[in-house]
Design a protein around this ligand. Structure first.
Ligand code: SF4
Length: 191
């Protein structure tokens, strides 16, 4: 589910910099969908296929719309005929984007099982350079998000195979945190 195109980062490698979609799907939102619009679309497809997983991902950071994400998760859990795994692909800045909220607890209570967190740097300086976050100290906040999530949810950390990114070092940090690491392939610009 592509619920927003907004993001608190401006990663150098972000696919949004040079494409309007991926995998044959056009993902640039002219307007963010309301929960009613999403639910109406879900009603048409939810029980038509043998879905195993529901993923909030898309062309932006899903926790930019935390309340909508929680609402849609609860709705699917109520109306889907089968148990699904619920995953959020995130930049890990949910606490920065939603100050005062207990983001991990709220995700868990709504029914999210797993977060896949993009780390993409091994320290604050590299993170600022590669991901160009709107927040200061974003890297530490992402690592903190990962640590908190580990206590409540399934967690995976990812990094993109991109020239400036030290995959080995990020894999080491992730291992030290006791979390599974996955390298993601960089989707190069095609003009
Ligand atoms: S965190 Fe993801 S959506 Fe946001 S700029 Fe980076 S790659 Fe793009």
């Amino acid at each position: 589910m592509n619920i927003t195109n907004r993001c608190s980062n401006r990663c150098k490698f972000c696919i949004k910099n040079f494409r309007k979609g991926v995998g044959g799907f056009y993902l640039e939102l002219l307007q963010e969908p309301t929960s009613i619009q999403i639910i109406n679309e879900l009603k048409d497809v939810l029980n038509t296929k043998n879905w195993t997983e529901a993923v909030f991902c898309g062309f932006g950071e899903p926790t930019e719309r935390l309340d909508l994400l929680l609402e849609i998760t609860r709705w699917i859990k109520r109306y889907c005929g089968k148990p699904l795994l619920f995953r959020v692909n995130t930049n890990g800045q949910g606490y920065l984007l939603n100050p005062g909220r207990n983001v991990i607890k709220e995700l868990k209570e709504a029914g999210i099982n797993k977060v896949s967190v993009s780390l993409n740097a091994s320290n604050e300086k590299n993170y600022a350079d590669i991901c160009q976050p709107q927040f200061e100290n974003a890297y530490n906040a992402v690592v903190d998000f990962i640590k908190k999530a580990k206590n409540e949810l399934l967690v995976e950390v990812t990094a993109v195979s991109f020239s400036d990114i030290d995959i080995k070092e990020i894999a080491k940090i992730t291992k030290r945190l006791g979390i599974k690491f996955r390298r993601r392939e960089y989707i190069p610009a095609v003009y």
